[in-house]
Design a protein around this ligand. Sequence first.
Ligand SMILES: Cc1ncc(COP(=O)(O)O)c(C=O)c1O
Length: 382
Amino acid sequence: MTPTKSIGDQRHLFDLPRDVAYLNCAYMGPMMRQAAELCAEGARRKLQPWRLSSADFFDQPERVRSLFAQLVNGDADGVAIVPSASYGITIAARNLPAGPGREILVLADQFPSNVYPWRKLAAQTGARITTVTLSPDMLPTESVLNAVTENTAIIAVPNALWTNGALLDLAAIGRRAREVGAALVVDASQSIGAMPFDAAEIQPDILITATYKWILGPYNMALAWIAPKWRDGEPVEETWLGRAGSENFARLIDYTDVYQTGARRFDVGERSNFTLMPALIATLEQLLDWGVDAISATLSARNAALARRLGELGFTCPEEPWRAPHYLTARAPAGAPGDLLTRLTTRNVHVSQRGEHLRITPHLYNDAEDEARLLHALAEMI
Ligand SMILES: Cc1ncc(COP(=O)(O)O)c(C=O)c1O
């Protein structure tokens, strides 16, 4: 097998001043300059609405569906365009069956977008939420598999946990879900774009991702892939664009109960976002051009090296395969000051703090100088 190629420095595509070390993609991925210019062009067209055409309403959303389908190895027909991960999980909670005595399985400390809709579903149906606590001594997948029972109705998990990057083997969890007749819902907002996702192998019932993190796309756009068996379900909104024949603006008053095909009925109202959609298209094209395998391999190698250097400073970092390759967290050594995050921010080194540890999530726009700034700053502080 040929090793996956490593991608060189891509900083020139972004707008990151040299004195800023932005190592915080898990919080907010920066957009590329080109994408921001497309947003500006979209806004200009809203100044001159006669320049808008049916391509903006229909062709661009279809292009997004096709690109996202390539990214996750699903079909374009199954892609829905929504504004947030919470919205996508709400589609899932509206449509997946649960009932008294059935369990909805989530991880402890999971992101709230993938918790609140399930709490509501549990309250409405009498189902119970089962929370899986991960252990540093066991692979996260094992903890999840151990918690699945014949009563499990829905497994609603991330791919990489947002607090510490704990990695789940979704193919194995998908197999187990099918064995017990449970649905698998994945919030992959912290992995898609930086880690391969194979919908054909994993067979999620519903997959959702925000685009503003590892996809490096705009805020307020998220993408869902919905398995064929749920595509005739109930959308969150009854949008006119989601109905058959909506392309013919002259005949929209020929009301119909027939939806557009595939997962299009689940699109958010006004999904044809002229400002953000072109930026998302350009970004998805760039990710596919780099290749997600290559992005993942590049970030994996760089993070492993960074983890070693952090270890030399006394930090403890979970290792692969416990953590996802693109997702580094570091627990400070005993006696380190409690305000490391603030001190780093003052020096223009940007990471996050989640719980007890720093979350350090570089991307292709980071280089050795950014890493050196982080390590140098931490070495001075501890
Ligand atoms: C795992 C995960 N899901 C979703 C989101 C964002 O959710 P939403 O799009 O509902 O705002 C985040 C943001 O940090 C996240 O970490």
